[in-house]
Design a protein around this ligand. Structure first.
Ligand SMILES: *[C@@H]1O[C@H](CO)[C@@H](O)[C@H](O)[C@H]1NC(C)=O
Ligand SMILES: *[C@@H]1O[C@H](CO)[C@@H](O)[C@H](O)[C@H]1NC(C)=O
Ligand SMILES: *[C@@H]1O[C@H](CO)[C@@H](O)[C@H](O)[C@H]1NC(C)=O
Length: 348
């Protein structure tokens, strides 16, 4: 065998080893909250911030009355869509609690489209790679978008065509990072991955609007009540005393309903296009029925209002401690995409 060939083979085996090692750093289970198939909030993810938070840069009164990244005017080119197509976490297998991977990759892809001013190429990231190699959760146990962003900051996320969505859990290996099946199934070492420059949390109406307007869609937890699951259209509101977000979605904008003047969030779900308004939901903001305007926060409310101790409640709830937003404003996160980097430069 020629020495060059031998070296290549060696490098190949080595890179596969590194890829496996990278994903093997599992965290002990006490870092994970909640039960299987729900959102698993991790408390070991620290924010990565290099620039001021959006709400420090823009005043509420300077934000538009409505803003929708599906139809946004950012330059002379006129209104354009920057939002990636709706995905469906329930196909081709129904038992994958991977909403977190759908929501986080959607945020990054939408924001990359915004960053590129809508020009080619459209970004579509591998949800399956996040599930298999992201150490951010799994189909079986659910996960946390913030852990996906942390993965992107360290290893980047490959494009969808590296590992299409199958809605299953796999052990991470070089093939799960990127593969093709012609002339036979084998890893593709030479691929690029989208890295993350910053990521962090946002809560409440004001912070959410500022972040969405300045940098793009955000990921949020939501309580998928029976009413929300049956949603077919319109501006949705549901009175809940203690919403318990157990599903991840993205928020791509907000608007005001003609006539009623009710302000709503534009929520992009990951249950396919037949659900809701072509996969989207208009959901009231915390301003609904004289709500507090969304100071928000992950306050542990034990006293007052008869709330159960330890239950996460957002300060933004409507009058009388009632929340109409399915808990959407209590637990959001964002990430800022950086650039496409060759996998080899990321140690993969
Ligand atoms: C997009 O926004 C423009 C105004 O900027 C509006 O005239 C148009 O009707 C909108 N299109 C859709 C599909 O909502
Ligand atoms: C990676 O794991 C899959 C199973 O998920 C297996 O079919 C494949 O052969 C493995 N590939 C490599 C390169 O180890
Ligand atoms: C989320 O919680 C609601 C109750 O508010 C429940 O009906 C639904 O099944 C839960 N969904 C998941 C995925 O756990």
């Amino acid at each position: 065998m020629a020495p060059q060939l031998l070296l290549l083979l060696l490098l190949h085996v080595l890179s596969a080893r590194i890829a496996t090692a990278a994903s093997a750093e599992q965290l002990p289970d006490e870092h994970l909250l909640l039960s299987p198939r729900r959102l698993r909030r991790r408390h070991d993810i620290t924010e990565l911030l290099r620039t001021p938070r959006s709400h420090e840069l823009v005043r509420q009164e300077d934000l538009p009355r409505a803003w929708d990244w599906r139809n946004a005017t950012v330059d002379a080119g006129g209104p354009r869509n920057y939002v990636t197509p709706v995905t469906n976490m329930h196909v081709p297998a129904g038992k994958c609690g991977c909403c977190f991977a759908h929501a986080a990759t959607a945020v990054l892809a939408d924001r990359m489209n915004i960053k590129q001013k809508g020009s080619w190429p459209v970004t579509q990231l591998s949800i399956q790679n996040v599930i298999d190699c992201g150490n951010a959760g799994s189909c079986r146990d659910g996960g946390d978008e913030r852990a996906v962003y942390a993965y992107g900051a360290k290893y980047g996320i490959p494009p969808e065509t590296c590992s299409p969505f199958t809605a299953q859990d796999h052990q991470c290996n070089a093939s799960r990072q990127c593969y093709t099946c012609w002339p036979r199934c084998a890893p593709v070492a030479a691929h690029s991955r989208l890295t993350v420059a910053e990521h962090g949390s946002v809560q409440g109406l004001d912070q959410m609007k500022a972040e969405i307007f300045l940098r793009g869609p955000i990921s949020c937890g939501i309580d998928t009540t029976p009413g929300a699951r049956a949603y077919t259209g319109g501006v949705y509101a549901e009175a809940l005393s203690r919403p318990d977000p157990n599903h991840s979605v993205t928020v791509v904008g907000w608007g005001v309903e003609e006539g009623s003047g009710v302000e709503y969030w534009v929520v992009k779900n990951n249950w396919g296009e037949p659900w809701g308004e072509r996969g989207f939901m208009r959901l009231v903001t915390s301003a609904y029925r004289g709500g507090g305007g969304g100071a928000g926060g992950e306050e542990e409310v034990g006293a007052g209002g008869g709330e159960a101790a330890g239950r996460r409640v957002h300060g933004a709830g409507g009058a009388g401690g009632v929340d109409y937003t399915l808990g959407l404003e209590s637990d959001c996160s964002f990430a800022v995409p950086d650039r496409w980097v060759p996998a080899s430069e990321l140690g993969l």
